[in-house]
Design a protein around this ligand. Sequence first.
Ligand code: PHE
Length: 341
Amino acid sequence: MKEQLAKIRTEALAALESVKDAAALDELRVKYLGKKGELTAVLKQMGKLTAEERPAMGALANEVRAAVETAVDKASQKLEEAALELRLKAETVDVTVPGKAPKLGHKHPMYMALDEIKDIFVGMGFTVLDGPEIELASYNFDKLNAEEGHPSRDWSDTFYFDADSRVMLRSQTSPMQVRAMETMELPIRIIAPGRVYRKDEVDATHSPMFHQVEGMVIDKNVTMADLKGTLNLLAEQLFGKGTVTRFRPHHFPFTEPSCEMDVQCHKCGGAGCATCKGEGWIELLGAGMIHPHVLEMSGIDPNEWSGWAFGMGLERTAMRRFKIADLRLIFENDVRFLEQF
Ligand code: PHE
């Protein structure tokens, strides 16, 4: 029996020493320490021993059990450590590998131009307003002196949301004149940039959606000279000193007198080219003195107050500012184009 116990100890310790994985370890544990294991089998024979032999054999059996248990624990710990080692190796992060730089975008050239425009006007004491693109026809037309049936509605009488034509995509930012007049204290100095919509076909200078910046001043003794002075200053600050502008008479229902302002073409310097369609000039904005009836409709006394307004095409301004030849480039979002700014 003594030899049996010694053999179990030697065999078990040797086997446990070289155990490879958790399943094999469990097998060994059952084999030696389990209820039907080898040690139990030996202990079952204790009955055959004499009373004198029994205590020494019992002590030896306990010693062997303890030794095997310790070896099982050690083997199990070794396996765990090896597994951890393996995982750490597999999951190693090499912090010295160069990273992938995230591609950062930047502001779109049209919004760069808009930021410059805002800065120029804020510097002159103007407030920047934001207005709805879905607008009441009464603000887009009626309160701007273009009531139902007015011929100027034809070109922009489109994109309605309802059968009785009360709600529409605004065709101009000019309704912001009315909104400002109705809600703000006098005197007023505002600009209001935003999207507008018209039934235009896409070409080098047109798009059914484009951007305008509306501007308006209402104060006492405001004249056309203030309008021209302010817009010439805008042109010089935006496009550089010595920028040549011209004002042509025009018609808008809500201004009287009305004009359009052109800047000399940046491409040809006035000689005429494809960008300016041979004209030498690029039309930038419509403007004029606010019609007394428009002031009146918004509750402002035209005998006391006067004002001027303008509406400029933002894409065209950005094109002139950054010497871009085709309007479509502004909307196509081709990074090869955008990365140049
Ligand atoms: N709203 C006009 C347009 O879209 C421009 C304009 C604005 C003209 C303000 C005069 C005054 O063409």
